[in-house]
Design a protein around this ligand. Structure first.
Ligand code: WTA
Length: 669
């Protein structure tokens, strides 16, 4: 048994070269490791910006995650290992272990139940649940019958459910009564009720809500509601997997962009499945039949409501036949050592988390990880935002005991799977760099005209060739898909002069995928991600559009205008700063009223979007600094928010100088 799938840089380089020179030969070999009902006739059909992978092939993602393992006689092995948040003083945490055979049984029953509710191939089912095994079962049951899922993170508000259900025209929602989070219950069902009530009587009215009983909190059951346990109790156990065209939709996942409402990123079946399977295998070095004393247990701490959970808890993991651990709750419940307690209890070998979590662990202190045996760990991973070298070093030393390679994986909801990352046991790492492109990924740093930048020069991160896991579109918005990802930048002179470059004009069509991140490559070809170039901020590794937060703020009666920018934050990486102009009728009389209004506005944003979008700092201001053409000067606001009051920035185009002076004087909080 090899210790590492890719064991040397020579092997990486020759395989990478082959994957770029002959992508069709390369990916067809990988795809053959999975099950296809009918083989494809062509590997790639590339008509920029549209890629079709495994043309004419039919397959099923649930089959490859579940049934294929059962067919190969691995039905008894653990597929999903689940631990609940509450800890009972006598019996400890609740642990559930689902084998591939269990998953086959459960997904078949629930798939049949969905059919009874009228869900068919091609429908879009909304899922809004906590991290319980039924969430995995629900998504796989959808895949089983060829319905696409649209999973909404359980931390989002009912307004977020409304927006996504409307956009997807989804008629069925699967939810839970509640979910456990840091010892309290998140009222998921009540949020769904509020959304359904709003949609009632409109063309987007929801027809069925399926409810999993988890927290046993008080809920109201309406005529549209069904208990999950009642539905599956009556459902037959046999439900063959539907053969799906490789390019049939597997799921939609809504994510934030610079403008407007979140967009539904569309992923299809064949390419996504092959890509996540293969990246997971190599990046985490997944080996199903490892020696008995080295048995692998993989744990990704993300919520399935984000793409990381889709790709690297479920779809990329299960086909690799290594147990995937799902944890229900918070990292600090009941104490700040909960994660290390879990690693020790289940002898976790691969651990994948976000830099924001690592910074929180650092702050909570070394004593918590040190109180646990973490010697089972072999590979550590990070995702979601750039990791600062201090956090990287701490992760390596305190969690990895200086023996575990760290894979800093750069990718996006849109890319479906990891794109730039070290391979453990192979790629020499540099703290803070996601290192080199993975197989089939032709990544480059380009200037505004599409020319490759020399070493150590910042530019736009672009991918020059299609890859199997790439998004196939934005649901229902072809133009936005082209404008956002497939149009090169051309900087507008006027904007340049006005010092406002955050929303460049994109007006030359480009066959390259533009990620929306800026980056540089060093002299060794290593990538260093610098951050977003659009109005998207990355709060604790979660994407938010500044405009979404602004719209939420101006929806409040006291607010006339709002500008939201990112600001440095010790734990979150980027925090949210909001500059708000109030209606004269709502100007607070004193400090107490000011503080109260700030709290009200935070809560309001929490209701409109979700707790992750609550501003960390709100400043009330008489006016916002604007360019002559009326654009808010965000670059300036970013500097103010970062505390750089004495900016060297050119402010000569400021509409009103006194505005800047007032902003830098006014206290934050
Ligand atoms: C950022 C998460 C630096 C980046 C999988 C990207 C990263 C956005 C890294 C996508 C990394 C993700 N280093 N930045 N290793 N990973 N990002 O769609 O700005 O939630 O564009 O997907 O996160 O966020 P998303």
């Amino acid at each position: 048994m090899p210790k590492w799938h890719i064991a040397s840089m020579d092997e990486y380089k020759s395989l990478h070269k082959r994957s770029i020179d002959d992508p069709e030969g390369f990916w067809s070999e990988i795809a053959k490791e999975l099950h296809w009902f009918t083989p494809w006739t062509k590997v790639l059909d590339w008509n920029p910006p549209d890629a079709k992978w495994f043309v004419g092939g039919t397959t099923n993602a649930c089959y490859n995650c579940v049934d294929r393992q059962v067919e190969a006689d691995h039905g008894d092995e653990t597929a999903i290992l689940w631990e609940g948040e509450p800890i009972d003083a006598d019996s400890g945490p609740e642990i559930r272990c689902l084998s591939y055979a269990d998953l086959q049984h459960e997904t078949s029953k629930f798939a049949n139940a969905l059919k009874v509710l009228g869900v068919k191939k091609g429908d879009i089912v909304t899922i809004y649940m906590g991290m319980v095994p039924e969430l995995a079962i629900a998504m796989l049951a959808c895949a089983r019958i060829g319905a696409a899922h649209s999973i909404i993170f359980g931390g989002f508000s009912s307004q977020a459910i409304i927006d996504r259900v409307q956009d997807a025209k989804s008629k069925t929602i699967i939810t839970c009564d509640g979910s456990w989070r840091r010892g309290s219950i998140v009222p998921l069902k009540a949020n769904v009720d509020a959304a359904c009530d709003q949609l009632e009587g409109t063309p987007e009215a929801v027809e069925h809500v399926v409810v999993v009983k988890r927290c046993e909190n008080d809920i109201t059951m309406y005529p549209r509601d069904e208990w999950y346990h009642d539905l599956v109790a009556e459902a037959p156990t046999d439900c063959p997997c539907e053969p799906m065209d490789a390019e049939d939709m597997l799921f939609l996942l809504y994510t934030s962009g610079s403008t407007g409402k979140p967009k539904g990123i569309l992923h299809t079946t064949g390419g996504y499945m092959v890509y996540t399977y293969f990246t997971a295998k190599n990046v985490f070095n997944l080996i199903p039949d490892a020696d008995p004393d080295q048995k692998q247990v993989y744990w990704c701490t993300a919520d399935i409501g984000w793409v990381t959970g889709h790709s690297y808890i479920i779809y990329g993991l299960l086909p690799n036949r290594v147990p995937t651990l799902m944890y229900e709750g918070a990292p600090n419940h009941p104490g700040p050592d909960r994660f290390w307690d879990i690693v020790e209890r289940h002898k976790v070998t691969q651990f994948y988390t976000a830099p924001t979590a690592i910074r929180a662990f650092m702050k909570w202190g070394d004593q918590h990880p040190k109180a646990h045996d973490l010697s089972s760990l072999k590979v550590l991973g990070t995702v979601g935002e750039p990791i600062n070298p201090e956090a990287w070093m701490w992760y390596h030393r305190v969690i990895g005991g200086e023996r575990c390679p760290i894979v800093d994986t750069w990718w996006q909801t849109e890319t479906g799977g990891q794109m730039i990352s070290p391979l453990p046991g192979c790629t020499p790492t540099k703290p803070g760099s996601c290192t080199l492109p993975l197989f089939g990924v032709d990544a480059a740093i380009l200037d505004e005209n599409g020319n490759e930048q020399p070493a150590n020069t910042g530019g736009l991160l672009a991918i020059r060739k299609p890859w199997p896991g790439m998004l196939r579109g934005i649901y229902g918005d072809r133009q936005r898909f082209i404008d956002t990802y497939w149009s090169a930048f051309k900087v507008d002179d006027q904007q340049l002069q006005e010092g406002e470059l955050s929303s460049p004009q994109r007006n030359c069509p480009s066959p390259y995928y533009l990620a929306g991140d800026s980056s540089r490559r060093d002299e060794d070809g290593y990538f260093w991600i610098m951050g977003r170039i659009d109005d998207v901020i990355n709060v604790s590794g979660h994407r938010l559009g500044t405009m979404e937060v602004e719209s939420a703020l101006v929806a409040h009666e006291s607010v006339v205008e709002a500008a939201v920018v990112g600001m440095p934050h010790e734990i979150k990486g980027t925090g949210i700063a909001a500059f708000v102009t109030l209606a004269p009728t709502h100007t607070p009389a004193d400090k107490a009223a000011t503080d109260a209004l700030k709290q009200t506005l935070r809560a309001h944003v929490g209701n409109e979007i979700g707790a992750i979008a609550k501003p960390d700092m709100i400043r009330f201001t008489d006016a916002l600094p604007k360019t002559r053409s009326g654009k808010i000067m965000r670059r300036l606001l970013r500097a103010v928010a970062a505390g750089e009051t004495d900016t060297n920035q050119d402010t000569t185009t400021l509409e009103d100088f006194s505005v800047l002076a007032k902003l830098t004087e006014s206290e934050g909080g």
